[in-house]
Design a protein around this ligand. Structure first.
Ligand code: MOS
Length: 766
């Protein structure tokens, strides 16, 4: 086992593990900081992208391609009584105007999580009749020779409606529903009698918190370029799941999933929004009628109208505590909104279930149904907004008790999962808090709110906890081809949305095969590659790594079958083999070594290809697995204008091993910046009278720009999780979680004003 010890001075060989997370803790993991794992490596595709050589979905130009544009409904509920397409049809360059009248009849798309490979954000049938279900629903697709012609012609489509006034949220509250499961957890649960414990507790807080709608705003617009070839459909997509998109579209056109070929090698941000929406189906249907390739790029406004958003939430958080701070009761209840055709109830109550020891617990989520775009996955769905309520309430309780909020949290650190009673796979949140507090200088926090001032500016500090569940997806597989030069090509249908997936998976492959980084290629973003994959749930790294580990084992097994009688490796079993320096070695005696080139030459092979599937993800069955974070920030609030400026942020994370510190740092920072937007500015303005989004543009939907982003420091525990592939838990989404409350708590510390309704705009501080 010492072969993976980085301190060993013997030539290091990486063991060919057949360990899976289902076999118990990885016996080698604590020494597995090895080779490139844990060293900061720049994105391998960085220069390629900066040079403009990486082709995104809207940069493919098939021969004879037509450009598409959508016309959108201006009412939310009702029917189209008349639709006049004659002016659009007569406009220059127009080939086709498709409405419900001439669209092909298609089954409804398979909603995400209702089928193993379904990735549609909504199960509403697309353009099948005259009914209207939300303001912005596509009512016509125009195909033309240029984008400008298509966009202009779409503006000429005239519809008349028989419309009913949309319900308001208050009206919809009369008819609340219990959602299905929340990311695998029950929508309601009670341990003990939490209301009674709250009433009996000597100290308590019981408050209402609310968060607004948020819209997706990836820099790359949602886009698809596609072409039919007989009954085969070829798509270049901006996607978070090429395999899911292929399957889901195949169902809509009643063809086999192998007839849909999706590539998406580069994606300009996804954040949960780049699943399958109506524009995919409309583009494919129109292309079929026109018998021409089609590109449909949503306009920025189109993204707001077509793609799902994050629901508003209304939350109640109540905590009852003893004088020493120990929690007798935690109650986190409330509602979110969704449509009749989607299932995601923003799971805001997850943090309350896993973060604190408590004598009793009650969580209940309800959903109101409204005629809007679907509620969809967005940047830590649930946790990002749920942690605002929970972690604000903890701060309010700390104030009431006269306790330091860091100490209050540490005092309620659970030994086992508060709901399941299961052990944690690995949890070092207290260490993250202590390290973060030290790095931040938490001891300098003004104890009394509103007590520190620099001219017009009131200064305050706040903190909050973040968490995000660990997931690994089933069905992951990888194909590895090793050639005689000793170059390994990995093929996985994973997605590179800019976060560094290719780089990190290249590190993992190089590490396991004992190859230099330049001898590894990770090919991705193609539905033809084996297995199923989704870039979401902060789960892609572990999911792909599990498949690469399995494929590595299969590769070494195959190589050993080729060695014959006169190799230094003759007679060794797979478990006795390690990889180093471009070949295989005897783990017990690393000098017994043969290069991959020699092994393949000896066998007369130019290359060797293996495919293997990752072990099914059962590691969460017996233990509680989350990523954790402690967020600290300092704000200045202008006493005259109410303007809040975040001065600095420290994020301290416990997410298992950090595989590539450079790309990880960007992930955490990006999440924190999104958290600053959530805290201070992001809000989809929604007119309840018309159920229409009123600020569908980047000029009116405010997000942090460079001037809003302060110095952000990120540290991590880097303690491997022995139950995950490579010891890593997810880092993709946790950065945003906790930031809203950390800012709100700092604003309170600066001003003595408690804002319980996001975003914290200046009007709320005057
Ligand atoms: Mo993430 S919201 O699962 O892309």
């Amino acid at each position: 086992m010492s072969q993976r010890d980085q301190d060993s001075d013997a030539p290091v060989g990486v063991a060919t593990e057949d360990w899976t997370p289902n076999d118990g803790p990885d016996p080698l993991i604590r020494r597995a900081k090895h080779g490139l794992i844990g060293t900061p490596v720049s994105r391998l595709d960085g220069a390629f992208k900066v040079a403009g050589e990486a082709r995104f979905a809207a940069e493919f130009v098939p021969e004879g391609m037509l450009y598409a544009a959508l016309a959108h409904s201006t009412i939310a509920t009702g029917r189209i009584t008349d639709i006049d397409t004659s002016a659009a049809e007569a406009a220059p360059g127009v080939s086709l105007v498709m409405t419900y009248r001439n669209a092909p009849r298609m089954p409804a798309p398979a909603l995400f999580m209702t089928q193993p490979k379904g990735v549609a954000g909504s199960s509403l049938p697309v353009m099948q009749d005259d009914s209207i279900h939300w303001s912005g629903e596509p009512i016509a697709v125009v195909l033309a020779d240029t984008q400008e012609q298509a966009t202009h012609a779409a503006s000429l489509v005239r519809a008349r409606y028989d419309s009913q006034p949309p319900q308001s949220l208050d009206e919809a509250k009369a008819d609340l529903e219990v959602p299905g499961n929340l990311a695998g957890e029950p929508p309601e649960l009670e341990i003990g009698d939490a209301e009674a414990a709250l009433a009996a507790a000597p100290h308590s807080v019981d408050e209402r918190y609310s968060t607004p709608r948020h819209s997706h705003n990836a820099i790359e617009l949602h886009t698809v370029t596609l072409a039919w070839d007989d009954d085969d459909l070829y798509l270049h997509d901006a996607s978070q799941s090429v395999t899911g998109t292929a399957w889901t579209i195949a169902q809509c056109f009643e063809i086999d999933e192998t007839q849909v070929h999706v590539t998406s090698p580069y994606v300009g941000g996804g954040f949960g929004g780049k699943t399958l929406w109506s524009h995919h189906i409309l583009a494919a249907a129109a292309a079929r009628i026109a018998e021409r390739p089609v590109r449909l790029t949503l306009s920025r406004e189109g993204v707001y109208r077509i793609v799902g958003w994050r629901s508003p939430t209304e939350q109640r958080v109540a905590i009852g505590a003893q004088a020493d701070g120990r929690f007798d009761a935690i109650i986190h209840t409330g509602l979110s909104v969704r449509t009749a055709h989607n299932a995601l109830a923003e799971p805001f109550s997850l943090p309350a279930r896993h973060l604190y020891a408590t004598g009793s617990l009650k969580v209940t989520q309800r959903v109101a149904k409204l005629p809007t775009v679907a509620n969809t996955f967005m940047r830590a769905p649930g946790e990002a907004v749920g942690s605002f309520g929970l972690e604000s309430a903890i701060d309010e309780l700390a104030e009431l008790l006269g306790m330091d909020p860091v100490e209050l949290r540490i005092r309620n650190e659970p030994q086992r999962d508060p709901v399941s009673g299961e052990p944690f796979s690995e949890r070092n949140l207290v260490k993250a808090y202590r390290d973060g507090a030290e790095r931040f200088g938490w001891a300098e926090r003004p104890e009394r709110p509103g007590s520190r001032r620099d001219g017009e500016w009131l200064i305050g500090m706040g903190c909050a906890t973040g968490m995000f569940p660990y997931f690994r997806f089933g069905g992951a597989a990888a194909r590895i081809t090793l050639n005689r030069v000793g170059h390994a090509t990995v093929e996985v249908p994973a997605l590179e949305m800019g976060m560094g997936t290719v780089t990190t998976q290249s590190l993992i492959t190089a590490d396991r095969l004992g190859l230099p980084l330049e001898r590894v290629t990770v090919a991705h973003g193609d539905s033809a590659f084996p297995g199923v994959m989704l870039a979401g749930g902060s789960a892609q790294t572990a999911s792909v790594a599990g498949a690469i580990i399995a494929a590595h084992h299969a590769l070494v097994t195959e190589l050993l079958a080729l060695v014959g009688d006169d190799s230094p490796l003759t007679g060794l079993t797979v478990e006795e083999i390690g990889s180093r320096d471009g070949g295989l070695c005897d783990l017990a005696d690393p000098q017994r070594w043969e290069s991959y080139t020699s092994l393949l030459e000896r066998a007369g092979r130019d290359e060797l290809t293996v495919v293997a599937s990752a072990a099914e993800p059962k590691e969460r069955e017996a233990r509680s697995m989350q990523s954790y974070g402690a967020v600290f920030c300092e704000v200045r609030v202008n006493a005259i204008t109410g303007e809040t400026r975040v001065e600095r942020v420290v994020g301290s994370y416990d997410c298992g091993r950090i595989l590539n510190p450079k790309t990880a740092l960007s992930q955490f920072r990006g999440g924190i910046i999104m958290g600053l937007g959530l805290a201070l500015m992001e809000e989809t303005q929604f007119d309840e009278r018309t159920a229409r989004i009123m600020n569908p543009s980047l000029s009116e939907y405010h997000m942090p720009v460079h001037m809003d982003v302060p110095r952000i420091e990120v540290i991590w525990t880097d303690i491997p999780d022995p139950y995950t592939p490579m010891g890593a838990r997810g880092i993709g989404e946790i950065g945003i979680v906790g930031v809203g409350a950390a800012v709100a708590n700092a604003v309170y510390n600066a001003t003595g004003r408690r804002v319980r309704d996001l975003p914290i705009t200046l009007d709320k501080l005057l």
